[in-house]
Every structure is written in structure tokens, then in C-alpha cells.
Design a binder for this molecule. Sequence first.
Ligand code: HEC
Length: 238
Amino acid sequence: MLMLVVLGGLAASATHLLWHHENRDDQKGVSYDDIAGAYHGVTADAPLVRAMNANHPPDLSEPARKVLNDWLASGRISEDYDNIDLGDNAPDAIIANNCVSCHNRNSADIEARKIPLEYFDDVKRLAFAKNIQPTNIKILAASTHTHALALGTLSLVMGSLVLSSRYGRLGSVLLGVSGLALFVDLGSWWLARDNALWVNAILVAGPVYAGATGLMCLMVVAEMWFPARKASSDGGEE
Ligand code: HEC
């Protein structure tokens, strides 16, 4: 029963992770940017600004490009998008005339179809720069203290259960893997603040730790249903 409680806890952790992180970058599901945002922070130009700077699309007239650039830099993205005072120079008119032929949901261009620009809701999603601040360092410290003490202790218990089961080398290897993964995961939470490369270590070590721990729980549960081991002649168990 206690092993099932631990398994339930692992499932709850995964669910919490999903709900806690998924909305950080305005895109559905947990992405690299969500995790990188939490542990390192993410800043990126708005996709529309990127497109303008990359001279995309090449045949957009210079005056029209300038209108879009000024609008994107204006801080009045919602207010001026379809401002009737701007007439034909309103961003919505320029986008309708120069972009939507490719960027619509029924477009023949399969790449452009994925980036529709038909409605303001579409455009808005691409009009703002990304600026995700990493989790406050005090919260990180609180999270580290609970995770390190609770998971370190959990792994010690799981380790002694698995090592006293029939799994031999497999149990030792799993315990070693989970210990290394927990060490790397928690350490990388801190290292990733300065260097985003460590985000990759979090993405690998976190799931490896959870997987190894879950597997150990299942092995301990299975151990109880195997036929009892007989004592061997040298006094140990087989
Ligand atoms: C001839 C078809 C065509 C037209 C016209 C066009 N695009 Fe695109 N656009 C594409 C294609 C194809 C891609 C995806 C491949 C790429 O990034 O070049 C794309 C990509 C983009 C992206 C994503 C860039 C990124 O870095 O994520 C944005 C934003 C964009 N277009 C905005 C616009 C805007 C704004 C206009 C009008 C001013 C426009 N496009 C006109 C075909 C077009």
C-alpha cells in the first residue's frame, strides 16, 4: 500500500509539473521554453519582429514594413491594430493585403498555414516579445529544501527495500541511477540560473529519477507476490 502511495505521489508530481509549467510560454503543453523559462529565464523577440528583421516577405513594400515595425515597437499593439484613423495604413489592412494570402488556415503553403494571421487573436500571439523570468530564488530554495530532503530520504528507503529483494545487481544499478539522477537534477536547478545548458540536464535527469523510482516501487510490490525465497545452506538467502 505504501508503494502505491509513492507511485500515486509520482503521478501527482507529473501532473503538477504539467499544470504548473505549461502556460509559461503561451503555447499548449510543456515545451523546452517552459522549463528553460522557470529555471533560467527566456527572452526572445516577437516572431513578427523577427520576420520583419529577416526581410520577410521579400516583396513587402518599404512603407508598409515601416508601418508594421513602428506599430510593433509602439506599445499600442492592441489599440492600433485596426485603428480606423490610420486608414489603409492600419496594421490589420497591411496584414490582410500582404500576409493572409499565405498565412491562412486553408493556405496551400503548408508551412505558412501553421502560422495563421487572419484574426487579431492570431496576430496578437506573434506580436509580443517573450520575457519569462526564472522562478524567484527564494522559492527555488524552498523547493530545493523540500525536494532534497524528501526525495533523498525516499530513495534511501527505496534502496534498502530493493537491495533486500531478489533483484541483485539490477536493484543496485537502479538505486545508483536514481541517486545520480536526483543529484544532477537538483544541482542543475541551481546551475541553470547562470547557464541554460543545464536545462537539458534537468530535462533528462528529472524523468530518469522518476522512472527509476517508479520502477523500484513496482519491483518491491512484485517481490511480495513471488514465491518465498528459501534459506540457503550458507545461511544467506537465494
Ligand atoms: C508567399 C507566402 C508568404 C507571405 C506573403 C508571407 N509569409 Fe510569412 N511565412 C511564410 C512561410 C512559408 C513561413 C514559414 C517558413 C519561414 O519561416 O520562412 C513564414 C513564416 C512567417 C513567420 C514566422 C517567423 C518565425 O521566425 O517564427 C511570421 C511571423 C510571418 N511569416 C509573418 C508574415 C507577415 C507579417 C507577412 C506579411 C507582411 C507574411 N508573413 C507574408 C510565407 C509567407
